[in-house]
Design a protein around this ligand. Structure first.
Ligand SMILES: Cc1cc2nc3c(=O)[nH]c(=O)nc-3n(C[C@H](O)[C@H](O)[C@H](O)COP(=O)(O)OP(=O)(O)OC[C@H]3O[C@@H](n4cnc5c(N)ncnc54)[C@H](O)[C@@H]3O)c2cc1C
Ligand SMILES: *[C@@H]1O[C@H](CO)[C@@H](O)[C@H](O)[C@H]1NC(C)=O
Ligand SMILES: *[C@@H]1O[C@H](CO)[C@@H](O)[C@H](O)[C@H]1NC(C)=O
Ligand SMILES: *[C@@H]1O[C@H](CO)[C@@H](O)[C@H](O)[C@H]1NC(C)=O
Length: 529
């Protein structure tokens, strides 16, 4: 078997190299030939390479791409999609993109806000390496840890943990379809952040392919690079193959709730109060505010709704005690509160209908997709009621506006700003994500909605963190600036300090050391000196 297989492969390679010699090869052919020679395992063409025009090409390209803005016909598409089946294939992909002289983009879960993992506005041609076939999850309860490959979703990790133990969890994103590759390297906050910090705070080892195509782990990459990949943002330092994460205790029973208040029900006063208490609450309690526009009780009249969605790492009676003492204005009752297992709470917060079996997490699919634009802010002083009223006015002017207000405090204040590159710590009361989404590719729709969110962002300037106005790197925002040919370090530091504050300088130094030729680059990659 083995020898006849390798004979076929050898014959095939001879054939391919003859074609190479005989004709001037396309980029696809050159890349395929190089991969076949460089990877220790022969790769069946039919399983891992997709060129434009191939029936599977579009479905793979679109499979995990979350922002439809970056799939429209005018956006340049990859010359080829490669889906590695082994770690070794990823090494070969680095070596071969260099050899062929093509740009490289790589994708884990495809949730990048500016499509940077599957579209390149600045450099063509480019190859897309899609890591979705590298998605094993290996949970070791005795060791309190798990190895998870980059192409797995965070929901798959949560599910696999819950299959092994009812009292272990991991503190990362709220949306189960996020890819662990891009998500954790940009930070990864979620409903247990006030107790345990973010995902990147709880990584203990990693495997990565560097710019020379070598596989490194924590020991061989050294503490500088290991620091940089825990929060320094995607695709600047190498391709993460897998993370080793630290599992953390969760109670067997947790409690969730959602309480909604419209403007007519006193939303403004309650949200003002929320800002005063939310970062000081017991660290077992996480209450975020989801702010939307809804039809009001009065026919034809629209209103703004604030939904308070909570996760409490404990039972309902203790939760109600805390709420009565610290935040009675919300009026939380026993009836609003539901006790469940931690994995059920993941499903609840992820937006699945009640009683959906958690096995759905294994499908790794997003619940929705649309055209969207988002921005973020960090708030350090409560926004006064007059400020909130201006926000509502802006909200009522837009079709599908959304804000997520995520509370900080607790463990987030206990970790120093320079512990990892993610710098948004002590002093932050909450983070805001502003988002608008729409359903068509028309340029005038795009302009209209993008203008709206930019105007809202300007309106919020007086209430947001200043010098720098901080932003979350996992909410990538190209309005903050981008690398162009010849961009100076000063220009890059505008968005760089917004995402990383003083850690930006250390990231630039590490980047210069580990990738001096700037092989891993994109519109907002960390520049070299
Ligand atoms: C619906 C939705 C919900 C979200 N919810 C949350 C949330 O609850 N908490 C939170 O913190 N964030 C959240 N985010 C933001 C999310 O963390 C980022 O978009 C993150 O970058 C997604 O990672 P990904 O692998 O899915 O995306 P990708 O698009 O695959 O990658 C994002 C970036 O990382 C790079 N990258 C991808 N794989 C690797 C790798 N293996 N090694 C190195 N770099 C890589 C890509 O090239 C790209 O630059 C949400 C986003 C969306 C769209
Ligand atoms: C599309 O690509 C796959 C995988 O490489 C291959 O098996 C298939 O034959 C291709 N189909 C067409 C129509 O080119
Ligand atoms: C944060 O530090 C304070 C003061 O040392 C401590 O009381 C609190 O328990 C810590 N919080 C967490 C989540 O570790
Ligand atoms: C960037 O600029 C350099 C010199 O200014 C030039 O040689 C190079 O081709 C440019 N690259 C791109 C992608 O435009």
């Amino acid at each position: 078997m083995g020898s006849s297989n390798s004979l076929i492969v050898t014959l095939f390679l001879i054939l391919v190299s003859n074609i190479w010699a005989a004709t001037s090869q396309s980029i696809q052919e050159k890349f395929y030939t190089c991969i076949s020679v460089n990877s220790k395992l022969p790769i069946p063409f039919s399983k891992a390479f997709f060129a434009p025009g191939n029936a599977s090409y579009s479905s793979i390209l679109e499979s995990s791409a979350m922002n439809l803005r970056y799939l429209t016909p005018s956006v340049p598409k990859p010359q080829m999609i490669f889906t590695p089946l082994t770690e070794n294939h990823v090494q070969a992909a680095v070596q071969c993109t260099k050899q062929v002289g093509i740009q490289l983009r790589f994708r884990s879960g495809g949730h990048d806000y500016e499509g940077l993992s599957y579209a390149s506005q600045t450099e063509q041609p480019f190859l897309l390496v899609d890591l979705s076939k590298l998605r094993s999850v290996d949970v070791d309860i005795q060791d309190n840890s798990a190895w998870v490959q980059a192409g797995a979703t965070i929901g798959e990790l949560y599910y696999k943990i819950s299959q092994k133990s009812k009292i272990h969890g991991f503190p990362a994103g709220l949306c189960p379809s996020l890819g662990v590759g891009g998500h954790i390297t940009g930070g990864a906050y979620g409903s247990m952040m006030r107790k345990y910090g973010i995902g990147a705070d709880n990584v203990v080892d990693a495997r990565i392919v560097d710019a020379s195509g070598k596989i490194l782990d924590r020991k061989s990459m050294g503490e500088d690079l290991f620091w940089a990949i825990r929060g320094g943002g995607g695709a600047s330092f190498g391709i993460i193959l897998a993370w080793k994460v630290q599992l953390l205790p969760v109670p067997e029973t947790v409690t969730v709730f959602t309480v909604a208040k419209t403007l007519e029900q006193g939303a403004t006063k309650i949200l003002y109060r929320w800002q005063q208490v939310v970062d000081k609450l017991d660290e077992d309690l996480f209450i975020r505010a989801i702010i939307t526009k809804e039809n009001g009780a009065q026919k034809g009249k629209q209103t703004v709704q604030n939904s308070y969605q909570g996760l409490f790492l404990g039972r309902a009676d203790r939760l109600l005690g805390i709420m009565t003492e610290c935040f009675p204005e919300l009026g939380l009752t026993q009836k609003d509160s539901t006790e469940m297992s931690w994995i059920q709470s993941v499903m609840y917060i992820g937006g699945y209908p009640p009683n959906t079996p958690p096995e759905v997490l294994l499908q790794g699919k997003a619940l929705f997709k649309n055209y969207f634009k988002a921005k973020s802010d960090f708030i350090k002083e409560p926004i006064p009621e007059t400020g909130l009223e201006g926000l509502w006015k802006s909200f009522l002017e837009e079709e599908s506006p959304l804000m997520l207000w995520t509370p900080y405090g607790g463990m987030m204040s206990n970790i120093s700003e320079s512990e990892i590159p993610f710098p948004h710590r002590k002093g932050v009361i909450f983070m805001i994500q502003y988002l608008t989404n729409w359903n068509d590719a028309k340029p005038e729709s795009t302009t209209k909605h993008m203008d709206w969110v930019r105007k809202l962002y300007n309106y919020m300037a007086p209430y947001a963190s200043m010098s720098p106005r901080e932003s979350y790197v996992n909410y990538r925002d190209l309005d903050l600036g981008s690398n162009k040919n010849g961009t100076s370090l000063e220009e890059a530091s505008l968005w760089g300090t917004s995402y990383f504050k003083d850690n930006f300088n250390r990231l630039v130094n590490i980047k210069t050391k580990v990738d001096p030729d700037n092989f891993f680059r994109h519109e907002q990659s960390i520049p070299t000196l």
